[in-house]
Design a protein around this ligand. Structure first.
Ligand code: CRA
Length: 830
């Protein structure tokens, strides 16, 4: 072994020899273990540090370049980052997987076993958090200077277990054994105030002054995770804030002898970053949630100002050096906070501060569901953030002044546009604050952006149409193809070279191969192999054996009535009764795979999970069915499990009520891996269908307009049940105990909800869905044609790379350019 390594070689080299040496060093000096007693987890940690050092090299070079060139940067503020395991992804992005596998092998270790050790950081609920993570990957890969800002939750999204078919939540203790990917930065700590009062006074020079005197202070300490780009020497920062008690405040209490009080205070402060709220698309107005939002947003803005002031002495051009993307309204309080920092802390006049603020923020809306549009009661906000309430009211006063000038006498419009909802108990509409305080407003798919313009934010669109944009979501092909599906990726690369990994449009070059029988056969071999892998996992996790030859019909996503997992169930039941009527019926064998979490307080969603498992129990055990239908619920859907599932799907279920799913991103991950979609004309499904071609997509159900007119005409789901024998039998059997061991009450809430309310039009779309499913079954019988469609799906999904989304944001909204790090020392060319 060569003994004269330079520091760069030790921490940056990727030859097998260097990797082995770094690994053993880390095992000794960071993990403090000698080989004989080291566990698999120790090996994972040692390897993680080895890899982190290599990204660190890229980060140091990127950061120093950003600093020297004083570049314009993006700050992506998000309450959620659903990252998934780092190790595999980093090996892929750094292009060192095979050397690492070899190095481990030479040390007698199996890389796959080490990869399996990682506890994923589940700091998000679903699509919104995962989107943020995909964007970090694309930002780094496209060499865009960016910082992600969020919260370092001690407990991420709960782990899901199933007990007797019911969801049980377990605390996600992801930090229990340490997190090798983060760097603690105790020197980067900010103070965040809460409560207290606002004092107004005129100083000796006659200037009117406002001072917020909080009654509580919490410290936010930075933890940095490096995000390395794919095939480039760029790494960016994800900076997550952890809440800590502020010492000064402890001592005050301590000094007056209230030791217990001081300790309780410390606990209360630290609670702020304790746990992620497990609700997807439902606000619940809890004080702690507002504290979390303000906490991380304030830390992020203070940090931006700190960074800015390293190179400049006055803040007048802040918006030129930073642009802040608000990931939904969770960080929208930042509009008021930046105003406060500029006015109160940096003595800026209102007009200038407002100019900077308005030119700094950009807002992405992610949902049209009314229950998810955040509103904070004026009372609560005023109690927790009295100075911010003042600022919000002043922003509103000036905003409404402008509105009234523009639309004289139109008081109704003014009240619709107000930041404050006056009906009932007064509340601050965070989406309105975000709209007024931003230079850009965007939705996440074309349909969604249109509905924002025409409905939810229509008055804002009338007022400032130039602010409105659409940026259709995307997903990273590095994690969801290259890493999750190495077999398919190898086949694609073999056929068209590896350019697609950075330029997903190149997948188009696969199109002619859809007509090549030999290629189709290879495609099927790959699909078969990944289905076998998944079948093994399903067996391990659920005890259910599934046939890799059957059609894998997959619905994996959060449980929500609008996503209509119960529509899928109704189809399963319809097939089941068809077999019961005629056991010799010709049905295409299918494996129905479900996975996803329900918000712990969402009873209906939890009941649907129970029903899936109950139906599975009956169907899987029925000798008439004889294995032709299998229903399995894969527990604890997360990024890691998703990486097993996406590659193996034949059919992707994207069956939300039209107008409810803002975009969806699981739809993209599945189609990119060769699944055909059965879907409604909702969210990004529409664009997926346009790209892959309607003949390669099973579309069904009502359009947004049809839903609206049915609603307006008065929807009577009961009549649909009465008129459809299939449906009425299903509804009857759901309540006669067939699927509940004789309990006729268990599923009643669900059955009654469908029969009497059906707020998401499940029954209205049932026939159209079943009909289209019949076509799916028939199509799957012809494997050549099916394979052709599968290849064309992949070939035409280039548009849905998150690289394209980020390019759209850069060009249309952020006006940020790529920067090559200089002075780098790595295998990558700049
Ligand atoms: N639940 C939407 O519902 C969308 C993602 C990311 C969601 C999805 O359709 O793909 O955002 N909305 O844009 C959301 O979280 C608060 O709203 C989601 O993940």
């Amino acid at each position: 072994m060569n003994d004269t390594f330079t520091s760069n070689e030790i921490h940056g080299g990727t030859s097998t020899e260097v990797l082995k040496r770094s690994f053993l060093d880390n095992l000794s000096y960071r993990q403090a273990k000698f080989p004989a007693v080291a566990t698999t987890y120790d090996h994972y940690m040692a390897l993680a540090y080895t890899v982190r050092d290599r990204i660190m090299q890229h980060w140091l070079q990127s950061a120093s370049t950003y600093y020297e060139q004083s570049v314009r940067s993006l700050c992506y503020l998000s309450a959620e980052f659903l990252l998934g395991p780092h190790l595999g992804n980093n090996l892929v992005n750094l292009g060192m997987e095979s050397e690492t596998r070899q190095a481990m092998l030479e040390l007698g270790l199996d890389l796959d076993r080490l990869l399996a050790e990682e506890e994923e950081p589940g700091l998000g609920n679903g699509g919104l958090g995962r989107l943020a993570a995909c964007y970090l990957d694309s930002l780094a890969s496209l060499q865009i200077p960016a910082i992600g800002y969020g919260i370092r939750y001690e407990f991420g999204i709960f782990d899901q277990e199933l007990k007797d078919g019911w969801q049980v939540e377990r605390t996600d203790k992801w930090l229990r054994y340490g997190n090798p990917w983060e760097v603690a930065r105790p020197e980067i700590t900010f103070t965040v105030g809460f409560g207290g009062s606002v004092r107004e006074q005129v100083d000796s020079a006659g200037n009117y002054q406002v001072e917020w005197v909080p009654d509580r202070h919490v410290m936010g300490m930075a933890y940095d995770t490096l995000i390395g780009g794919y095939g480039v020497p760029t790494a960016n920062l994800l900076r997550l804030w952890q809440a800590q008690a502020s010492e000064s405040f402890d001592f005050q209490l301590f000094n007056v002898g209230d030791y217990q009080g001081a300790v309780l205070e410390k606990i209360a402060s630290e609670n702020i970053s304790k746990v992620l709220y497990p609700n997807d698309e439902a606000l619940q107005g809890k004080v702690l949630r507002l504290q979390q939002q303000y906490f991380f947003t304030s830390c992020a803005l203070q940090d931006m100002i700190r960074i800015y002031l390293q190179r400049s002495s006055q803040l007048g051009n802040l918006h030129e050096k930073f642009t802040v993307q608000l990931n939904d309204t969770h960080p929208a309080i930042g509009v008021a906070e930046l105003m406060r920092l500029l006015i109160d802390q940096h003595a800026m006049p209102w007009e200038l501060a407002w100019e900077i603020t308005r030119r700094t923020f950009a807002y992405t809306n992610h949902t049209l569901l009314p229950e998810a549009l955040e509103r904070w009661s004026v009372e609560l906000l005023g109690r927790l953030l009295p100075r911010h309430l003042q600022i919000i009211l002043e922003i509103n006063r000036r905003h409404l002044e402008g509105v009234r000038k523009r639309y004289p006498g139109d008081e109704e419009r003014a009240s619709r546009l107000s930041l404050i909802e006056e009906q009932g108990s007064r509340a601050v509409r965070m989406a309105h604050l975000a709209c007024v305080g931003s230079y850009s407003i965007n939705g996440v798919a074309e349909l969604h952006s249109r509905l924002l313009r025409d409905e939810v934010l229509r008055d804002f669109h009338d007022l400032t149409p130039e602010k409105f944009h659409n940026v259709t979501n995307g997903v990273t092909p590095r994690r969801f193809m290259l890493l999750a599906n190495p077999r398919l990726s190898a086949l694609i690369t073999h056929a068209i070279g590896d350019g697609w990994i950075r330029d997903l449009d190149q997948l188009h070059r696969l199109e002619p191969l859809a007509d090549d029988a030999a290629f189709r056969a290879e495609w099927r071999v790959v699909k078969r192999a990944v289905k076998e892998d998944l079948a093994e996992k399903v067996q391990q996790r659920t005890g259910i054996s599934v046939d890799p030859e059957s059609l894998f019909d997959v619905q994996v996503k959060r449980f929500h009535e609008y996503k209509r997992q119960h529509l899928n169930l109704l189809h399963i039941l319809s097939l089941y009764f068809q077999i019961k009527d005629n056991p010799a019926a010709d049905v295409t064998p299918r494996t129905f795979l479900f996975a996803g979490k329900a918000a712990p307080g969402y009873q209906m969603a939890k009941l649907i999970i129970k029903l899936i498992n109950s139906v599975g129990e009956v169907v899987n055990g029925d000798s008439d069915v004889n294995g032709r239908l299998r229903v399995a619920f894969f527990p604890d859907f997360n990024v890691k499990n998703g990486q097993w599932i996406y590659p193996a799907a034949d059919l992707s279920e994207q069956i939300s009520t039209a107008g409810k799913e803002a975009s969806g991103t699981g739809n993209m991950k599945l189609s990119m891996n060769g699944a055909l979609t059965i879907g409604t004309l909702d969210g990004a499904n529409i664009e997926i269908r346009d790209h892959v071609g309607p003949e390669n997509f099973f579309c069904f159900g009502m359009t947004v307009e049809e839903v609206a007119s049915l609603q307006a005409a008065g929807y009577d789901p009961g009549s649909l049940v009465r008129d459809n024998a299939d449906l009425s039998r299903i509804m009857h059997r759901l309540s006669d105990g067939t699927f509940s061991r004789g309990d006729t009450e268990l599923f009643r809430p669900l059955v009654e909800n469908l029969q009497y309310h059906d707020p998401f039009f499940v029954l209205a779309d049932f026939s159209s869905y079943v009909e289209r499913q019949r076509e799916v079954s028939a199509a799957f019988q012809d494997r050549e044609v099916w394979t052709q469609k599968s290849i064309l799906n992949v070939a035409r999904m280039g548009h849905f790379s998150s690289d394209r989304s980020i390019r759209d944001y850069c060009r249309e909204i952020w006006q940020i350019d790529a920067i090559q790090p200089n002075g780098f020392n790595s295998k990558f060319k700049p």
